[in-house]
Design a protein around this ligand. Structure first.
Ligand code: ADP
Ligand code: MG
Length: 658
């Protein structure tokens, strides 16, 4: 049996409206290795269609095409890929070289697709190029070569995996007579080397060089003439060990993508720049949110002893409907702490001491009399960690006999010289539930907590006692002082945040300043997410941009995709090359985006620093990584559809495309 045996091959082209077009009609043909076969016939007679069937580019036919014992009519996709890689090589009239790859890279492309090592691949390609007289052209790009040279490169590419069959569809159609002879010499040598060479030609002069001329007309074989020819032996370049079974590596895909991107450098820079804008805005917005949050937290905590964490009992929501009860005029006074609560708080890691505190809020129930004038105040409490020695503007902290008043109350009593109240004695009425505590007290000092950290104590007129002092006053009046706040002393300021979290996870609230900070933080978080979301809209724009450019790229590279399929690229390989390209665009866009964001951060922070003595943009490593990650993700997602449509291109259509 012949090496290539075609039995009863029929093929129809689907046509709209008209009945299907019967392009190949019951073809029977036997060809053998060592033959140089010319297929001649008028244009439109079906020559290229026959070549595409034999070459495994077109599987839509009926009949048998047996090559080396295997019927390609029964091939799976995988078999077909291997067939392209090992058995058959193509040479086209229009060369179909990949323009952004060098001569060497074009020739070794089939081996790159098979993940052959660079060394072996280049050795083999150089060997072939040398025997084909292209030793000097290895690193040129196809557009720097003459037609004859291009066709020799294409022949080298077809020979790279040492196939048994070379299919050449009008290989000399675009060449002058001199280079035509060169190419024919080479094809002759290939046949002499024991391969089957099938070439389509229009020229009888070209046909004369072959040992067999098959005439096709109207999809049928009309004539099959054999001639006695002696083919000159030219060269023999055997393949190295079988290297055709592996698949395109990710690394090679990225390298191929890089080579293509380099070719269209300015376009790719523009896309990367375009997509970087979105990334930059997102990173800046996140950094701004963090900056504002940091600033507020900083302000909140500035005047608070950093080694003290406050705990309060959680405020319980009232279950009464309020109709039959007196409206409760007391402020947000929390439930008292039981000893068990204090013990529980003491078990938190890094807490060295838990001290009790009490704060009372009432509307108009408490008042102070000085110089026969009465001044009401809303809050009295025990000295708390909220007040640091720095906050004392006159006098000193109270002892167990004296009291301290805040600046706003002091100014009400003596607008002109509030400090003169230090050392003065005032009489006071404190209202606790329904009872009243009265007495005369000496003022030890005046304090003025500033900043939001002062919380409620800073905003309201307020009087401070030591805990023991107030407890004794309560007891003298038949009352019991129950702590409604606790201050936890932390061993090291770096553990304070952790302790504050533990307080919350045990079910208690933080101090007023912490609660305020949390509320602000939540608001800023929402604000940050909204801003980031708005900035993120530009990411959609860049996704659409990348999608469009990828589609254009697929159209531009249709021929190249056809060639790659003809030399054994799988769908997956084609997708991989396009997705790699998107990955690189995403990576570059992300890097530019965070680079610009960092630059703007430095500039912006310097400006704000000059004006307000603080920084407001706080990028973190996580934001930067997120920026790059999202950039890569979006551009890869955007590339999926174009990559998929590229991988699905029909090689025959793709190769016809120009
Ligand atoms: P040749 O290579 O001998 O010039 P082809 O094999 O390219 O001829 O085409 C044979 C016939 O099939 C022509 O009439 C052509 O118009 C038709 N044909 C080729 N490709 C298609 C196709 N994809 N769909 C429909 N008709 C086609
Ligand atoms: Mg043709």
């Amino acid at each position: 049996m012949s090496y290539l045996s075609i039995k009863n091959l029929n093929k129809y082209y689907k046509t709209t409206n008209q009945p299907d077009f019967h392009v190949l009609k019951s073809i029977d043909l036997d060809l053998d290795k060592g033959e140089l076969v010319s297929i001649i016939g008028e244009s439109g007679s079906g020559k290229s269609t026959l070549m595409n069937v034999i070459g495994g580019l077109d599987s839509d036919f009926s009949g048998d095409v047996v090559v080396g014992g295997d019927n390609i009519a029964n091939f799976s996709q995988k078999d077909m890929v291997l067939y392209h890689k090992k058995k058959v090589g193509f040479v086209f009239q229009s060369f179909n070289l990949v323009s952004h790859l060098s001569v060497l890279e074009n020739v070794s492309l089939a081996m790159t697709l098979s993940n052959v090592s660079k060394k072996i691949r280049q050795e083999r390609a150089k060997e072939l190029l040398e025997v084909l007289g292209l030793k000097e052209q290895l690193h040129k790009k196809p557009n720097q070569l003459s037609g004859g040279q291009k066709q020799r490169v294409a022949i080298a590419r077809a020979l790279i995996n040492d196939p048994d069959v070379i299919i050449a569809d009008e290989p000399t159609g675009a060449l002058d007579s001199e280079t035509t002879e060169q190419v024919l010499d080479i094809l002759e040598s290939i046949a002499a080397d024991g391969k089957l060479v099938i070439m389509v030609t229009h020229s009888s002069r070209v046909a004369q060089r072959s040992n067999r001329v098959i005439t096709i007309a109207d999809g049928q074989i009309k004539k099959d003439e054999t001639f006695e020819r002696h083919f000159k032996k030219g060269f023999h370049v055997a393949a190295k060990a079988d290297q055709t079974v592996k698949q395109l590596s990710l690394f090679s895909a990225i390298k191929l993508a890089l080579l293509n991107m380099k070719e269209k450098l300015s376009r790719n820079i523009l896309i990367a720049l375009g997509s970087s804008i979105g990334i930059m805005s997102v990173v800046l917005m996140l950094s701004l949110g963090k900056g504002v949050n940091d600033y507020l937290n900083d302000q909140m905590q500035k005047n608070v002893d950093p080694t003290i964490a406050e705990a309060q009992m959680p405020v319980e929501t009232s279950t009464s409907n309020g109709d039959d009860e007196q409206p409760d005029l007391a402020g947000p006074t929390s439930k008292p702490f039981a000893q068990s609560d204090l013990d529980k708080l003491a078990t938190i890691d890094h807490v060295t001491e838990v001290s009790k505190a009490y704060s009372n809020f009432s509307f108009g129930g408490s008042a102070l009399t000085y110089d026969d004038q009465s001044y009401s105040f809303m809050n009295f409490s025990t000295i708390s960690a909220i007040i640091s020695p720095n906050d004392i503007v006159a006098g000193e902290m109270p002892d167990d006999q004296t009291i301290m008043i805040n600046q706003s109350l002091a100014e009400k009593i003596n607008q002109d010289d509030p400090d003169s109240l230090v050392g003065q004695t005032v009489s006071m009425v404190l209202t606790v539930d329904t009872k009243q505590i009265t007495g005369d007290f000496k003022i030890s000092g005046i304090y003025n907590p500033n900043g939001p950290s002062a919380g409620i104590a800073g905003a309201l007129d307020s009087v401070q006692f030591t805990y023991d002092h107030l407890k004794k006053l309560y007891e003298d009046n038949g009352l019991e002082l129950e702590p409604n706040a606790a201050y936890l002393v932390v061993d090291d300021r770096q553990h304070t945040d952790q302790v504050k979290q533990d307080i919350k996870s045990l079910g208690y609230s933080g101090g007023d300043a912490d609660i305020l900070a949390d509320t602000f933080s939540q608001m800023i978080d929402i604000f940050t997410y909204v801003l980031t979301g708005v900035a993120g809209i530009s990411l959609v724009v860049s996704a659409i941009m990348i999608l469009t450019v990828m589609y254009i790229s697929v159209v531009e590279r249709t021929q190249e995709i056809g060639v790659m399929k003809a030399i054994g690229a799988r769908k997956k390989d084609i997708r991989r090359i396009f997705v790699s390209e998107a990955f690189l665009i995403g990576l570059f866009g992300g890097l530019i985006g965070i680079g610009v964001a960092l630059l703007l951060t430095v500039i912006g922070n310097n400006l704000i620093m000059d004006l307000f003595d603080t920084t407001i943009l706080h990028p973190t490593l996580a934001y930067l990584l997120f920026g790059i990650g999202i950039s890569i993700f979006i551009s890869m997602i955007a590339s999926l559809i174009p990559a998929y449509s590229a991988s699905r291109l029909d090689p025959v259509d793709a190769l016809r495309h120009d």
